[in-house]
Design a protein around this ligand. Structure first.
Ligand SMILES: Cc1cc2nc3c(=O)[nH]c(=O)nc-3n(C[C@H](O)[C@H](O)[C@H](O)COP(=O)(O)OP(=O)(O)OC[C@H]3O[C@@H](n4cnc5c(N)ncnc54)[C@H](O)[C@@H]3O)c2cc1C
Ligand SMILES: *[C@@H]1O[C@H](CO)[C@@H](O)[C@H](O)[C@H]1NC(C)=O
Ligand SMILES: *[C@@H]1O[C@H](CO)[C@@H](O)[C@H](O)[C@H]1NC(C)=O
Ligand SMILES: *[C@@H]1O[C@H](CO)[C@@H](O)[C@H](O)[C@H]1NC(C)=O
Length: 497
């Protein structure tokens, strides 16, 4: 059969690798951009390598196919592969920062920081316990945690100033979770299905030589010329009968039309475009349109923005063993709605900075910022972002002479036309069933011309959505679905004796 994979991220590449392995000779991967990897994107910069997209292997242990491939390709260090690392279970809790700066320039007591981390993660863990509850007390994770915080506050005995600081620290934790979930607000993340996301054991680790080593190794394992770059797909025509001039007499149920006018008839299409792209082009991308239920699932599912801002310094202003600096925005509170004007307040969504391992004599911080403020940041110039962050750092550290970063580099996933955000989450008004519904192939009921469009990608994995391993598994899942169809066709079931 002729099989087309749309999208050359890890889901598409994973599907292609499986199918090549099983000898599907008429296979092509159509990729909109000039490179493979999608949201796995490492850039050589600052004399080292930085990740614009995926950063960690979440849960690097034997049950994680990304970990397995990374080991197979020799991309990890001794420590990352050690038994000890594989056994660690942090339950998605971040390590404590080495320093916590209040926005006006004083250090926040690390004891207070630890107390608030403890409280927040206790409540976050509780929020995962509503999977089998018929009716949740409130619709969202955000509302649930806020309600619990209000209850705890009744027992706080400190002075008003300390109470306010505690709320500001908790507010930073909400912003951290916005980054983790790729959402503007935890009020948008559905409480009931929150616990369906599954964490694998293992101490999250990075790729010393860049995450993209993973996808480039998969590409290298594929036959030459399978990947077609700069080939954005405009419309998928399905449920039809299309011909190709070079193959008279042959009929194809699907025809993929590209933006440049090229047309590719096919028996099967494995679609791996990001949910953000699907949401934006839902009305024109499928011909005939998707069944109502499926279109509705796509509209309801959550897909937001998380970005990184890298800052390069000549000299570190942090302690040598520091890995993470927290920023606490004084006056902020999760119990009050944030100011609606993002223009000058966008930096207040920044959670702090990760210290990257130094590249020789270059020192790099990686800031994280999610939500609408992050999308607004994308519209600014590098110069404006650098200036705002220099101001923040000077105020935070209480050092008005702090040298400005030498340069800035940031991701802009919301503006990326073939991504339109970072990753998916289960939004209020949606459930895990919507993920399964999205993952169902089309047409839903057809004796012949089955599996015309198969759906893969991060957003189609019910347990591991938003991750690279979820994406990889989803691609393999759809490849396997196709293989079993052709396996049954090749060996028609024998009549029972
Ligand atoms: C900032 C950020 C940080 C992240 N951090 C982590 C992390 O630490 N750990 C982790 O596990 N995951 C992380 N992720 C998520 C992870 O990167 C994704 O879940 C995963 O890479 C998605 O793979 P995919 O193949 O489903 O989609 P993609 O990688 O997005 O691939 C889809 C491909 O389809 C192409 N495409 C789109 N439209 C068309 C079209 N019309 N025609 C042809 N091609 C098209 C795109 O160009 C793209 O190459 C992060 C993501 C971001 C953005
Ligand atoms: C704040 O913490 C940093 C890092 O630990 C330290 O270098 C600095 O001296 C502290 N500043 C104050 C005012 O305590
Ligand atoms: C603390 O805050 C409460 C409630 O806002 C207020 O009633 C009280 O007067 C404040 N106490 C002090 C010492 O400022
Ligand atoms: C698919 O085609 C058949 C036959 O032309 C038609 O009856 C059916 O409604 C079509 N399905 C969709 C979803 O368009």
């Amino acid at each position: 059969p002729r099989v087309l994979v749309v999208g050359g991220g890890i889901a598409g590449l994973g599907a292609a690798q499986r199918l090549c392995h099983r000898a599907f000779p008429h296979l092509r991967v159509l990729e909109a951009t000039g490179r493979a990897g999608g949201r796995i994107r490492s850039e050589r910069k600052f004399g080292g390598v930085v990740e614009m997209g995926a950063h960690w292997i979440h849960g690097p242990s034997q049950g994680n196919p990304v970990f397995q491939l990374a080991v197979e390709y020799g991309l990890l260090g001794e420590k990352e592969m050690s038994e000890e690392n594989q056994l660690v279970e942090l339950g998605g809790h971040l390590d404590l920062p080495c320093v916590s700066y209040a926005s006006s320039g004083r250090n926040v007591s690390l004891e207070l920081v630890a107390d608030m981390a403890n409280l927040f993660y206790t409540l976050l863990d509780q929020a995962r316990e509503f999977q089998h509850v018929v009716e949740t007390p409130v619709p969202s994770v955000g509302e649930y945690i806020k309600r619990e915080i209000s209850r705890h506050m009744a027992d706080w005995t400190e002075n008003n100033e300390t109470k306010k600081l505690k709320l500001a620290i908790l507010n930073t934790h909400f912003n951290v979770e916005c980054c983790v979930s790729g959402t503007h607000s935890m009020d948008l993340v559905a409480l009931g299905p929150f616990g369906e996301y599954t964490m694998l054991p293992g101490l999250d680790c990075t790729f010393p030589g860049g995450y993209e080593g993973l996808t480039s190794n998969i590409v290298a394992s594929l036959p030459k010329d399978i990947l077609v770059f700069n080939k954005p797909v405009k419309t998928i025509h399905w449920n039809g009968s299309f011909r190709e001039e070079t193959l008279p007499g042959e009929m194809f149920p699907v025809m993929v039309e590209c933006e440049d006018g090229d047309r590719f008839p096919a028996h099967h299409v494995i679609l791996t475009v990001p949910l953000g792209f699907l949401k934006e082009h839902l009305d024109t991308f499928f011909q005939p349109p998707l069944p109502l239920e499926k279109a509705e699932a796509i509209r309801k599912m959550g897909f937001g923005t998380n970005n990184k801002i890298f800052l390069e310094f000549e000299e570190p202003f942090w302690e040598p063993d520091c890995k993470y600096m927290q920023v606490v925005w004084e006056g902020s509170s999760p119990l009050e709605d944030a100011a609606p004007e993002p223009k000058d307040t966008w930096v207040r969504k920044l959670i702090g900075f990760l210290v990257l391992p130094s590249f020789g004599s270059v020192y790099v911080l990686c800031g994280f910022i999610a939500g609408l403020e992050s999308e607004f940041m994308e519209t600014l110039s590098d110069e404006e972002v650098l200036q705002s962050l220099t101001q923040v750092l000077r105020r935070m550290t209480g050092n008005p002479q702090l040298p400005a970063p030498r340069s800035v580099l940031r991701s802009r996933w919301h503006s990326a036309p073939y991504t339109r955000g970072s990753y998916s989450y289960i939004a209020v008004g949606s459930t895990g069933d919507n993920i399964d519904l999205l993952a169902q192939p089309l047409p839903a009921d057809s004796a012949d011309a089955q599996l015309q469009i198969l759906f893969a990608g991060e957003a189609t994995h019910r347990m591991f959505y938003s991750t690279t391993h979820g994406a990889l598994l989803s691609g393999r899942r759809e490849a396997d679905r196709l293989t079993s169809l052709w396996h049954t066709k090749a060996q028609p079931p024998q009549p029972e004796p």
